[in-house]
Design a protein around this ligand. Sequence first.
Ligand code: NMX
Ligand code: MLT
Length: 485
Amino acid sequence: MVFHKSVSLLTKLRSRAVQQPGLRNSVRWLQVQTSSDVKKGLNECCGLQNTDDLHSQLKELIPEQQERLKKLKLEHGKVQLGNITVDMVLGGMRGMTGLLWETSLLDPEEGIRFRGLSIPECQKLLPAAKPDGEPLPEGLLWLLLTGKVPTKEQVDALSKELRNRATVPDHVYKTIDALPVTAHPMTQFATGVMALQVQSEFQKAYEKGIHKSKYWEPTYEDSLSLIAQLPIVASYVYRRIYKNGQVIPMDHSLDYGGNFAHMLGFDSPSMLELMRLYVTIHSDHEGGNVSAHTGHLVASALSDPYLSFAAALNGLAGPLHGLANQEVLLWIKSVVEECGENVSKEHLKDYVWKTLNSGKVVPGFGHGVLRKTDPRYTCQREFALKHLPDDPLFKLVSNLYHVVPPILLELGKVKNPWPNVDAHSGVLLNHYGLTEANITLYSFGVSRAIGICAQLIWDRALGLPLERPKSVTMEWLENYCKKAS
Ligand code: NMX
Ligand code: MLT
């Protein structure tokens, strides 16, 4: 039954793609996976044993992808991808193509595609906890790692595996407890991740002299354990700070996203669905964003997944990156405090100008790559329209969509005036009771591990080298430009 359903879905998507060029990427990817779907379908029909677990699938895929990379280097290694300008060097490397990142690709106009699939396609194709429900993040992890849409059975098995790996050693809690309860939640979270590092299989294997061709295996072990343990550490920090340390144990009948909401203390079915969506859409945003790039850079020195991800979390904690979701919620609450919930568009405009004139950015708007509304914003808006259409803060977010972009355009320097993912997330979590603004940040952190770790496993499988770009001084640039002119 599952097999027939997925074959008809694949057929539908393929025929749509013939008419929509934007879908061609997904289709190329769908064609690649058809043979293994057929094999799986046959196995199911004939009652053969299913050896399609995540680890075995990766093992099968790795040699193929290693060959692909080798061929790419050999045949096209000298092809130019563009010119590096002085502006790029001085402008945070914006627009400079310089990283290999397999799990996702960001189009400035269309937004993110996870292994070729857009967010709406993921919502349609990835298994959910209930009919027409939001995608399960475990399914996205599978997709990012293998490039294949998993079946519900595969996702359930992965959920179970993650639950089995979700035991956090006692010393981790003790390490967090050594910090004052007033320490920034992200400091407590990242400290917890560093304490988890003690268990790194990669580090142990490296010390024993593991051959480089096998690096990916302990990286896979560490990555899955880290992903499994993060919701426990994040919810421990939350409950320590805000709920007198009353910890809620994991529910072994729940999936990954559902359990995260449950351990934070929120059990309403809509909140569970929100958390599944939240974790899915924040997981990966190609390789150049600060957290992903940091994780990748640190890992390129053969630091293990715990060390690499802790570094990524510290990047995520900056207000221009992940902390923007906290800034948005605080900013929206400050609007309500000053102007009331039913603030008019005119007052809202004044408030936006006041923010800009005090030398601050309007949080939740703009992007380093995107040039249109972030599809992660759009899908959160659709969630709000379905589940909380009358929430006053949601209405405020909707009004901001009309008020902020023209003002940012008026500034004349902002390249993208449209809202990004962070413009919406805090208000949704707030609706279900997660009112403490900085919790939105750890949820982002839990989710981002899925993308960073999936790529890190591929970094090791493909043997990607130490990352070490060349830097220059202003004097060097001045001399170079003089000679060039
Ligand atoms: N409000 C005010 N000014 C802005 C904004 C904004 N929302 N966005 C860009 N600008 C300014 C920017 O500060 C820069 O000014 P200056 O030249 O004086 O330094 C100018 O416009 C040009 O910046 P851009 O090239 O458009 O943007 P850039 O790629 O440098 O930065 C962001 C991208 C995301 C850092 C920037 O848009 C921003 O600060 N947005 C608000 C913070 C935010 O929402 N961050 C979350 C990003 C998504 N995430 O989850 O990580
Ligand atoms: C992200 O999700 O990492 C942000 O949108 C920032 C980015 O992509 O640069």
